[in-house]
Design a protein around this ligand. Structure first.
Ligand code: HT7
Ligand code: ZN
Length: 860
């Protein structure tokens, strides 16, 4: 198949200012009548030609009318999945009718059935599976939607906008009509029908309008919606305070569904959510789940402005809405809890998911240049690196300058489909700034690498910092230009422990720079990229002593965490590479952090963790998962053993609290399970007993799952007791059962690959539900040691799952390909086995475009 190219963009030939949809809903056969008011697009560059409406493969209209006249079959044609009609005048009314089968829709795109509900997912190109339409984000229409359905099966009928009528129909059926006053692209269309109940609330906007809020779920789940509702109201208030953005409709509904390809969807006035990002109570959701729910609810809500009121011109501009909205949700969460811990978590996600993407065969700029299947570009690069790019603008322009820029952006582009360039230009114009070289962040892929070397001249009391950057080649981009990198930096006195050069921002525009600091009369230690101000890899000439010092003294909590991480990395990489290493410095630094009374538990819980096996792999030229496991386990065991008294003290100090969802209670739970894990790895004789007691006595899922994970890593008999008890207790709850699968898939045991193969045969395992598939197969593929077990069974298993899943849900199947695509990074035997599985995938007849694109690019 031919790729779609960014530079081929042309405006649409026809516009559809308004449209009406009539749905006769039925799971087996839904009749869709669409009435489109179409008009020729007279703007510059718009092509002239027939009306071409996108449809799904195999879709054929039952009837087509133009201006009320029924067309004969020869008066329209279906070509390349498009309905093509030659129109003579500048404006027409086009009516089409199709019949679709939601209950056969396993791709979960378009209109599909999920647990007795009928619901839609249209982003990116799902609307064409519902009706014939110009399925592109720059065609904006006003929608009126009428739904008719059996009242007993589907008592609730929801769509975008405001409810304008409802009533009874024949044969136990009823209807509802919704009208959305805001023109929107079809990817924001949504409709849900089903037996749902609402948690209702309201929000009064800053201009005094009352908005009716509803979170719609199965009746039994209503008690689990309070946290999401609280997050929604907080998000609405935050967007008013921080961005001056007010909600614009009288109704805001959210529906939770069990089968969903992604986290959630920002449809105008009717968000549809994966139920895992709505449902929470202490019994079934961990603190991480609570945090994720608040973050995703906020993310989708924020899209109302960054995505809906101002949408994307084409899908290459996806980061315009996603990068900006992720930045907004990250800042919202930082304001709700611990900013430092949130930043650590966000950087961890970036390094785990985006850095490998940027360094592998699927690397692409945050604004890609081409795609075969746009669903493959909902990536950590577009989302998370996209958010880092926006964050850099915020850092360089300051909070006020950034706000001036967003105000201008919203003012200029409200109600239109915009580009990344429009966003950058608004930032420039509002601030009189020149962001010419900043635009490279949109066009160049790859993670820049910065080398920073600090030298001190005691005689002149000067310190000299040299900075050098390189941007590595990525597929299709061999030569790179330097990126502007805003680096927050400071100097500390190694002896006095005091800041000797206060924080400043240095924007490195060129390939290299030298910065001179005066009045530095003691040996300085460099603190750089504080707060992770630029999404880069920094290499410095700092010694273990410097890093240990910063891990205890830096006044930027992120930099403190980072120094500890670097100390651990330097030690472990030396051990893996067979060079001399010094574990004592790590042990002392961890001891100091663990016993520092000025630090909060949440921060300690993050700072004392060793870098993951996968992140350690990223530091090496050639990855040998066995060598990494050996070195890391050895250091964890030593830390566990030698700090046993400290871990016990921390464990005891964190125990015995009744559940509350507050930052401090969360921190205590976090540190408690971290301490338990170290005690277990250190070989404490009572560790399994402690874990089982924590498991059985827990009044919340965080403590229970923490104990279960600790046990699942080992061989104690308590392991099977706890796994069986967990299964029995939660077998009726799909979201918690997902945790049961994941806990075993991420186990550190040597036999995890065999265990996962068996779990795939478990009666509760299914590839039809994306959450369950991710819970087992996705989690396993992220478990470096288990997935890369030397005999290659992990690769074979994941490839088999990809091929099976591809027949049901290509989008979800394609998301499992990237772990295999990293084959070039591994030692030769493993690399060959991984490559062979990719070749087997590509050679399979009938492969989807989704999987083909990911697998073939991984081999190129
Ligand atoms: N904008 C939403 C993207 C999305 C999606 C994309 C492809 C396939 C299914 C999907 N469901 C939702 C989610 C978001 O970023 O807010
Ligand atoms: Zn989004």
């Amino acid at each position: 198949p031919a790729p779609t190219l960014r530079l081929d963009y042309r405006p649409p030939a026809w516009l559809v200012p308004s449209m009406r949809l009539d749905f006769d809903l039925d799971a087996a056969a839904t009749r869709v009548r669409a009435t489109l008011e179409v008009e020729k697009n007279l703007t510059d560059g718009a092509p002239r030609g027939p009306l071409a409406l996108d449809g799904a493969p195999g879709m054929k209209p039952v009837s087509v009318k133009i201006d009320g006249r029924l067309l004969a079959e020869g008066e329209w044609r279906v070509e390349d999945d498009q309905l093509v009609i030659d129109l003579v005048g500048p404006k027409h009314v086009v009516e089409t009718e199709v019949v679709i089968s939601p209950d056969k829709n396993t791709q979960l795109m378009g209109l599909y059935a999920s647990g007795g509900l009928l619901c839609t997912q249209c982003e990116a190109e799902g609307f064409r599976r519902i009706t014939f339409f110009p399925d592109r984000p720059d065609v904006l229409s006003r929608y009126t939607v009428k739904m008719i359905a059996d009242r007993a099966l589907y008592p609730v009928l929801l769509a975008n906008g405001d409810l304008v009528g409802e009533g009874e129909a024949e044969d136990g059926r009823h209807w509802a009509e919704w009208r959305d006053p805001f023109p929107k692209p079809c990817y924001l269309f949504a409709m849900v029908a089903g037996d749902l109940k609402a948690n209702r609330d309201s929000f009064t906007t800053m201009s005094g309008r009352e908005v009716q809020l509803g979170i719609w779920v199965r009746e039994a789940d209503l008690p689990r919606t309070e946290h999401a509702m609280g997050a929604l109201k907080s998000s609405m208030a935050w967007d008013e305070t921080v961005y001056g953005r007010e909600y614009d409709l009288g109704i805001f509904n959210i529906v939770a569904v069990a089968d969903f390809n992604f986290g959630a969807m920002e449809n105008k006035g009717l968000n549809v959510f994966n139920s895992r990002y709505i449902l929470a109570d202490p019994e079934t959701a961990t603190d991480a789940d609570y945090d994720a729910i608040a973050g995703v609810v906020a993310h989708e809500y924020f899209h109302n402005w960054s995505g809906n009121r101002v949408t994307c011109r084409d899908w290459f501009q996806l980061s315009l809405k996603e990068g900006f909205t992720v930045f907004r949700d990250q800042e919202f969460s930082a304001d709700q809890g611990s900013r430092a811990v949130k930043r650590i978590e966000d950087v961890r996600v970036l390094r785990a998911a985006q850095f490998p993407e940027d360094g592998g065969p699927l690397a692409h700029p945050i604004r890609p240049d081409s795609y075969l299947e746009i669903s493959n570009f909902y990536t950590a690069t577009v989302y998370n690196k996209g958010a880092e790019v926006i964050r850099m603008l915020h850092t360089m322009l300051g909070a006020d300058g950034f706000r001036r820029g967003t105000d201008l952006y919203f003012e200029r582009h409200d109600g239109t489909a915009a580009t990344c360039e429009d966003f950058v230009r608004a930032m420039e114009d509002a601030n009189g700034a020149d962001l010419a070289d900043f635009r490279r962040w949109y066009s160049q892929a790859g993670t820049p690498r910065v080398r920073a070397a600090l030298s001190h001249e005691p005689g002149t009391a000067r310190a000299r910092l040299t900075l050098e950057q390189t941007v590595p080649p990525t597929p299709g981009q061999d030569d790179k230009q330097p990126m502007p990198l805003p680096l927050r930096l400071a100097l500390f006195g190694a002896k006095s422990g005091k800041p000797i050069v206060p924080e400043r921002i240095h924007v490195l525009h060129d390939a290299s720079a030298e910065i001179l600091f005066e009045g530095v009369d003691e040996q300085p230690v460099l603190s750089i990229n504080r707060g992770f101000s630029a999404p880069v890899i920094v290499e410095t000439n700092r010694s273990s002593a410097d890093l240990a010092f910063l891990s205890g003294h830096d006044d930027d909590p992120f930099a403190r965490f980072e120094a500890m991480q670097q100390l651990m990395i330097d030690t472990l990489v030396a051990a893996i590479e067979g060079r001399a290493f010094d574990e004592e410095a790590v042990i002392e630094a961890v001891r100091n952090t663990l016993t520092d009374k000025a630090l909060d538990a949440a921060f300690i819980g993050e700072a004392v963790l060793l870098p993951s096996e996968a992140f350690l792999g990223d530091q090496l030229a050639v990855i040998d998962p066995s060598a990494i496991r050996k070195a890391r386990s050895h250091l964890r065991q030593r830390l566990g053993r030698e700090l046993e008294a400290e871990w016990r003290a921390a464990y005891a100090a964190c125990a015995g609290n009744r559940f509350e969802y507050t930052p401090s209670a969360k921190g205590l739970r976090r540190l408690r399970t971290v301490a338990l894990g170290y005690l277990d790895d250190g070989g404490a004789a009572d560790a399994a007993k402690l874990a089982l007691a924590q498991f059985e006595g827990a009044d919340n899922m965080t403590d229970r799952q923490g104990a279960l994970s600790t046990l699942a890593n080992g061989t104690a008999p308590e392991r099977e007791t706890a796994l069986a008890a967990f299964y029995d207790r939660y077998k009726g709850d799909a979201l918690v059962l997902d945790k049961w699968f994941t806990t075993q898939a991420i186990s550190m045991r040597d036999d995890t690959a065999e265990a996962v193969e068996k779990l795939a045969q478990h009666p509760d395992f299914t590839l039809a539900n994306p959450n369950r598939m991710r819970a087992l197969v996705g989690a396993f593929a992220a478990n470096q040691f288990a997935f890369h077990v030397a005999d290659g069974r992990g690769y074979r298993f994941v490839a088999d799952m990809i091929l099976k899943a591809d027949r049901l849900n290509p989008q979800s199947a394609a998301r499992l390909v990237p772990p295999l695509g990293r084959w070039r990074r591994f030692e030769p035997r493993r690399a060959a086995l991984m490559k062979a599985e990719l070749e087997r995938i590509v050679a399979t007849p009938g492969l989807s475009k989704d999987v083909f694109e990911q697998a073939s690019k991984s081999l190129a």
